[in-house]
Design a protein around this ligand. Structure first.
Ligand SMILES: *Cc1c(COP(=O)(O)O)cnc(C)c1O
Length: 401
């Protein structure tokens, strides 16, 4: 066996034949716009909304242009106004503070724990600064949702969930996205369903959802949506809600519907791979694995570990050694953001007081995608490479002390 892994970390599975056929049927019809329907036709976009609402157990669902759009739309629907503060995770991706900034609001970053979830102590300390929390389940790590909701309910903080990495996940028996007032999902290529770009927004609150639907650009055609509140609810909001156009089209919905039917199967496939890597990495000298809570039903579409208190030089060396053996790791802690990596102090439009405890963790986070094009054997091999190279650098570190 070669000692170099040759797989491609950004290669997703191809779109299924069933989804391709559904897409071709939409193309043949010429009716790609979601409101371009024949008499009595429901349309792919509305069907996707109904099916996704049923999948997560929500009353309402709106399909939109992207996950980031869903987040901005949720904040606007909840009445967040320019200048308002919105709590959010310090450990997240750029579209999250970006969505807050898109409505003119100001992110207030909340720290991260070694388990890579929001620090509830820090949230408690900052809860009086805002009445909305954009809770990002970053990299699929779900905090103790009962404790978080108890804290937010007690302090009057309304929760919007960013489920870009938890579609298909749950805390206890309640789906991720069903804890907050609204929840946002992404169907961008690197998430759990792939339509290139796309997003979904869910809620049980009729007024919020009527506003979100108007915001998405429904004009007065909202009656054609798949999973929206009764027409009466729209009467109260339809003249006062701006159209911030961001609809999903039938083409994307057509390729997402077969993927939704297969989602639980994909989740299981991710978790087998994730768990093989986690098991292999446990006990690697110098490396801290992120263990999952008993009630956390995660989706292991990526994996993280910590190189806590390592020097920048040694982290670079470990990553370079892994890269030389074909294993692409991303360091979230770098001072300069690279590709998708980021940390709160790189968003200079949203300055934050320093958070030393959080900085220590962010500096040590290493991240790896787990595309489903990798076999379970590939995953075991990748983990062996990480174990050997990280271990070697760590041993060398100790040798020079
Ligand atoms: C990808 C992502 C988003 C935004 O989704 P897009 O569809 O790319 O706009 C939001 N939050 C997190 C954590 C993400 O990873």
């Amino acid at each position: 066996m070669s000692d170099v892994f040759t797989g491609n970390f950004t290669q997703q599975e191809s779109i299924s034949e069933e989804a391709i056929e559904a897409a071709v049927a939409v193309l043949r019809s010429g009716r790609l716009h979601r409101y371009n329907l024949t008499e009595g036709e429901v349309g792919e976009t509305s069907l996707l909304e109904r099916e996704f609402a049923a999948y997560v157990g929500a009353k309402y669902c709106l399909a939109v242009a992207s996950g980031g759009y869903a987040m901005g739309c949720a904040l606007r629907a909840m009445g967040v106004e320019p200048g308002d503060k919105v709590l959010t995770n310090a450990f997240t991706l750029a579209p999250v503070p970006g969505a807050i900034a898109s409505v003119g609001a100001v992110p207030v970053f909340v720290g991260v724990t070694e388990d890579l979830v929001i620090d509830l102590e820090d949230l408690k300390a900052k809860a009086d600064q805002a009445d909305v929390l954009m809770l990002s389940h970053m990299r699929g790590h779900i905090c103790d949702m009962e404790a978080l909701m108890a804290l937010c309910d007690a302090t009057g903080v309304r929760v919007v969930e960013d489920c870009a990495h938890t579609m298909g996940g749950a805390w206890k028996s309640t789906a991720s996205g069903r804890w907050g007032r609204m929840a946002c999902y992404s169907t961008q290529t690197y998430k759990h369903m792939n339509s290139g770009e796309g997003g979904l927004l869910i809620s049980d609150d009729p007024e919020l959802m009527a506003r979100a639907t108007m915001l998405s650009g429904s004009y007065m055609l909202y009656g054609r949506n798949g999973a929206v509140p009764e027409a009466e609810v729209f009467e109260a909001v339809k003249y006062d809600t701006p159209n911030v156009s961001g609809r999903m089209d039938h083409l994307r919905a057509a390729i997402l519907r077969p993927q939704l039917r297969n989602l639980d199967h994909q989740v299981a496939a991710w978790n087998v791979r994730h768990d093989v890597i986690l098991q292999e990495l446990r006990g690697t000298p110098g490396l801290t694995v992120v263990e999952r809570a008993e009630h956390e039903h995660y989706v292991g579409s990526s994996i993280q570990f910590l190189l806590l208190d390592w020097t920048e030089h040694d982290i670079h060396e470990a990553l370079a050694r892994c890269a030389a053996r074909g294993v692409e790791l991303k360091w979230f802690g770098g001072a300069e953001p690279v590709a998708f990596t980021s940390r709160y102090d790189s968003w200079r439009y949203a300055p934050s007081a320093p958070m030393p405890k959080t900085d220590r963790i962010l500096k040590g986070i290493v991240d790896m995608r787990i595309p489903l094009t990798f076999s379970v054997e590939d995953c075991a091999f990748i983990a062996q490479i990480i174990r050997a190279e990280v271990g070697a650098v760590f041993q060398g570190q100790k040798g020079t002390v």
